[in-house]
Write a protein that binds this ligand. Structure first.
Ligand code: NAG
Ligand code: NAG
Ligand code: NAG
Ligand code: NAG
Ligand code: NAG
Ligand code: NAG
Ligand code: NAG
Ligand code: NAG
Ligand code: NAG
Length: 886
């Protein structure tokens, strides 16, 4: 029955879900079932309260049954948790209002993972996909008075292994992760966060739980389940239209009238419609008045992120039956793959609102092994850190989770472009009907949930699975390859790609990353070499080759993964370790390293250019080692990123026009060595401070080619600049420049990289006192007529380990409190490379860090993320520079 309420003097229920607020006059009722449940293991030896949303590990920790799972070797010690089965139970009382509703749904926003749900002892349904929302119609099972709801969860390790055993026809590799990861096997057989069985940067914690909300939804005629809106631009008519899709759950056929409006754009349309019983999708298009000046959403650094309010109202006769409001952001995105002059292959770049944009950023992995511990503050801090480092893009990597709504809302607001993978990574996957069916459900649900977000600029089918097949990671015999390729095409092309393109025509779809894109398609979706720099995107890693030599990097169209490991700082490791762990050779140090030979590789790469720490005090030696791995990583990723940015405008030997640099990886899942630029807990590594500079909109880059120093001016701005390079030559022994060189003014068009300075190193040094490669170094910057443009950069003429005259600096420091932050003023008596300020476990960040000090004084700000004082900061502050570690 419809509750008739006159439009005048209306009362309403307001249910907030994400950006949408739903007003319903037909009294949709929601009973929140989140909160304290009871949790028990299979034999009943453990019985404890458990928070929902949550997981078993978090509950055990909160109730004191286990200590911090991240402490020392606990990932191995707590393996038993995921080998057991667990049951969540709650009870609730039915209200009179609810019991008279025609339809009652029991909704789980996310069950992790293999569950069987029962209500009052009667089976309601099963789950086996962490990425799906489930609803079960339960009206007939509800009782007056107390109801008992139970979710039994099967060990995901056991389930994966049983699925594997049932798959007898052929192997679906890999069977198990490498031993160094101390992980679990067959994760590709379960639709669950793939990295939860361990990864090369993360522990094995195969979670189980109700990781998202649980509730009852009750209604009489119909309810609006989901709204999505996608703006599309028609070039021919220069007109925007907004495609709006409603997912409606109706008890009975309902006729009505629907009004869609964007008042600020003077656009409103009314449709006569009817809703069939059951869950149905209907879509509507609202044309935007061509006279309206639509303000566009732009990526960070290219403009603002304005939005409009979209109102949707459903009427029956003149009675309002539902009303919702959401945000619409207007922007277009195209992935351009077309012939390139002077180059074989195809371009690969994104055009947003018609403008080619260089993507600068990183890759996003799960923020925590236990998703229930990811707070809004943690998300905000990480995403703000990305923007503060001048990033405009993040790739949500395919071995984690589809992130929560808030993640994409913040990306919309901050102008972060998201490259969204589907959650398949580094493996072959089964293609049995059941598996395909659950994947299809997952894909449709996720696309519907996420497609309204302008931040998502591309969908991508999987991480590295084309490359895994093409370059035979899993030793598949040649005779069997066709079968695996067929499975690959069936899953990612015939199912995922097809579904996504049916659901969303507003952004491109790429089958894999890395891929040759259109060329891979030509080759039957698995290219001979998906790493071909003439096509698509490339992932490139080399730990042994000298990272200071840009010649080792592929001049790709788009670098979507590349990176180097480093260790997090001592203050991050300290809470999860004890004294005996604090050496580079400890069991702990090798336990936390999940990448084969990773610790050794870091040292070898470091030793190419730096003295290794040799303090006699073991703790100092350890912390110096943590420091120098961060120096190495920052310097390596800087060199590689500079190479990609300066390759944007040119084609050299048929390669170039690079239009993206997303290094691996932004964040960490625990306290361990990894490729991240931000430590677990949010502390910036040296690399992240470097990114602030090397991703700056206007930036100078230097490199040597045939002993000639070349400086490029790089600009991501829309307008043209006239710039010259100013080079200061310093001796390692002195704080005043030995000499200064200027280039002439040159035009640097918006969105380009232009060589502005070229001089043989020998002639440059000859004109500059007694300088040699070993005694001098360069800093340089760009200037227009009136001022410096972009940050100052530097170029070493030798490895710092060979530098002659580099002394141990005497750096004194003064901390002062300012209005909104603290200032730290450094005074140095000599040149100091990689000056690193660390305030231990006082959370916050500096305005700049890890810098080259070639001036007597330098002041940086410290923004604390909790109250602190000059005294506390002064006591905690340590300063390390390169010459302090040997
Ligand atoms: C019950 O299960 C736990 C966890 O698997 C195990 O440690 C314990 O020994 C079992 N207790 C009994 C009585 O079987
Ligand atoms: C978990 O449940 C499965 C399926 O019922 C069963 O085979 C297995 O023995 C159970 N595990 C434990 C530890 O009880
Ligand atoms: C919207 O509906 C039309 C007509 O029913 C259909 O052709 C179109 O594919 C639908 N669009 C979406 C995004 O579902
Ligand atoms: C390190 O691990 C090995 C092998 O597990 C063990 O034998 C050794 O005692 C451990 N050493 C320390 C210092 O804990
Ligand atoms: C370089 O330019 C600066 C102004 O930016 C000027 O002061 C200086 O004299 C110039 N030096 C040379 C060698 O041209
Ligand atoms: C070059 O070195 C010589 C000898 O060390 C010294 O006397 C002279 O002053 C130096 N010249 C400059 C320009 O630094
Ligand atoms: C370091 O510099 C400070 C201030 O300039 C001075 O007071 C102090 O004696 C110096 N320390 C050393 C070891 O030279
Ligand atoms: C640099 O710092 C020193 C000591 O803190 C101070 O005496 C001096 O005035 C400063 N110089 C400049 C140029 O700020
Ligand atoms: C560390 O190495 C440096 C440079 O090789 C050397 O001068 C110093 O004596 C060494 N220190 C120790 C404690 O071995």
């Amino acid at each position: 029955m419809l509750l008739h309420v006159r439009l005048s003097g209306w009362a309403c229920w307001c249910l907030f879900s994400g950006v949408f607020s739903v007003f319903s006059l037909q009294q949709r009722l929601t009973v929140n079932l989140n909160g304290k449940w009871r949790l028990s293991n299979s034999n009943g030896s453990l019985l404890l309260p458990a928070q929902v949303p949550g997981c078993v590990h978090s509950a055990l920790q909160q109730q004191g049954y286990i200590t911090d799972p991240y402490f020392r070797f606990n990932d191995v010690s707590y393996r038993w948790i995921a080998l057991d089965n667990w049951t969540y139970t709650t009870t609730f009382t039915l209200s009179a209002e609810l019991s008279v509703k025609q339809k009652v749904l029991l909704v789980f926003d996310g069950v992790d993972t293999v569950g069987s749900v029962s209500l009052n002892g009667i089976a309601v349904g099963k789950t086996n996909n962490m990425f799906c929302r489930h609803d079960f119609s339960v009206k007939d099972l509800l009782k007056d008075g107390e109801n008992v709801l139970q979710v039994g969860l099967l060990s995901p390790i056991l389930y994966a292994s049983e699925q594997r055993k049932a798959h007898t026809s052929y192997v679906v590799p890999p069977e198990c992760p490498p031993g160094v990861q101390k992980g679990e096997c067959h994760v590709n057989f379960i639709r669950k966060e793939q990295s939860s069985f361990s990864w090369d940067w993360g522990p094995s914690f195969p979670t189980m739980g109700l990781w998202k909300g649980v509730r009852l939804e009750a209604f009489d005629i119909l309810q609006l389940v989901q709204v999505s809106s996608v703006p599309l631009y028609n070039d021919a008519f220069s007109q925007w239209r907004v495609q709006i899709e409603l997912l409606i759950d109706a008890v009975q056929t309902a006729r009505g009238q629907l009004t869609l409006s964007i008042p600020e754009l003077d656009s409103e349309q009314t449709f006569q419609t009817h809703f069939n019983p059951g869950k149905t999708k209907s879509n509507f298009t609202i044309l935007i008045n061509t006279a309206s000046q639509v303000k566009l959403w732009w990526p960070n650094g290219h403009g603002e992120q304005p939005f409009y309010r979209l109102t949707i109202r459903g009427f029956q006769d003149e009675f309002l039956i539902f009303s919702t409001e959401s945000k619409v952001y207007f922007r277009t995105v195209e992935l351009i793959q077309e012939p390139v002059v002077g180059s074989p292959g195809l371009s690969f770049y994104f055009r947003i609102n018609g403008k080619p944009i260089f993507l600068k950023g990183s890759n996003w992995i799960p923020v925590h092994s236990f998703q229930d511990q990811v707070t809004p503050d943690v998300l905000k801090n990480l995403l703000q850190s990305a923007v503060d480092a001048n990033m405009n893009a993040l790739r949500v990597w395919g071995g984690g989770v589809y992130e929560q709504d808030l993640f994409y809302e913040i990306c919309d607001e901050l102008g972060i472009m998201v490259w969204q993978d589907f959650m398949f990574a580094c493996a072959m996957y089964p293609t049995e009907t059941d598996f395909i069916q659950t994947v299809r459900e997952e894909v449709v649900q996720q696309v519907q949930r996420l497609k309204s977000h302008p931040s998502i600029i591309i969908w991508s089918g999987n991480n590295e699975n084309e490359a895994a097949l093409a370059t035979d990671w899993f030793d598949i015999p040649a005779s069997q390859r066709p079968k695996y390729i067929r499975d690959y095409v069936m899953l990612y092309v015939d199912n995922i790609k097809k579904l996504v393109q049916e659901e969303d025509q507003s952004r491109p779809f790429l089958v894999s990353s890395p891929t040759n894109g259109a060329e891979s398609e030509q080759e039957g979706w698995v290219a001979e070499n998906p790493y071909d720099p003439h096509y698509g995107d490339v992932h490139f890693y080399s730990y042994i080759l000298d990272c200071w030599d840009w010649r080792t990097f592929p001049r790709t169209r788009f670098a979507s993964e590349y990176g180097f490991q480093s260790w997090p700082s001592f203050s991050t490791l300290q809470p999860v370790s004890i004294k005996e762990d604090w050496s580079y050779g400890s069991n702990f140090t090798s336990h936390r390293q999940h990448h084969e030979d990773g610790n050794q590789q870091m040292i070898l790469q470091t030793a190419l250019h730096f003295h290794l720490p040799n303090a006699t005090d073991p703790l100092k030696r350890f912390t110096d080692t943590l420091y120098i791995t961060q120096v190495m990583q920052a310097q390596c990723v800087k060199t590689q990123t500079e190479f990609y940015r300066r390759s944007r405008s040119e084609i050299i030997e048929g390669k170039g026009h690079t239009m993206g640099a997303l290094y691996w990886q932004l964040n960490d899942i625990w306290q361990a060595p990894s490729w991240s630029s931000i430590e677990f807990g949010g502390k910036w590594k040296m690399l992240h401070y470097f990114a602030q500079s090397f991703f700056a909109a206007v930036f100078p880059v230097a490199f040597e080619e045939d002993d000639t120093l070349v400086i490029y001016a790089i600009s991501d701005l829309s307008r043209d600049l006239k710039l010259r390079a100013v080079v200061n030559v310093f001796s390692w022994t002195e704080l005043d420049p030995v000499c200064t060189l200027n280039s002439s003014m040159l035009l640097v068009p918006g969105g380009s990289a232009v060589a502005v300075f070229k001089q043989p190193v020998a002639s440059l040094l000859a004109g500059c006192g007694n300088c040699t490669r070993l005694t001098c170094l360069l800093t340089f910057q760009l200037e227009d007529d009136s001022s410096q443009q972009g940050p100052t950069n530097y170029h070493f003429l030798c490895s710092p380990k060979d530098a002659q005259g580099l002394r141990r600096p005497n750096i004194t420091v003064k901390v002062e409190e300012k209005k909104t932050c603290f200032s730290v003023t450094l005074h140095s008596d000599s040149v100091a490379p990689f000056v690193w300020l660390d305030v231990g476990n006082i959370p916050g960040r500096f305005s700049s860090n890890g810098f080259l000090m070639v001036s007597r004084n330098r002041t940086v700000d410290f923004n604390a993320w909790r109250p602190t004082s000059v005294a506390e900061l002064t006591a905690s502050l340590t300063i390390t520079s390169l010459r302090d570690i040997y």
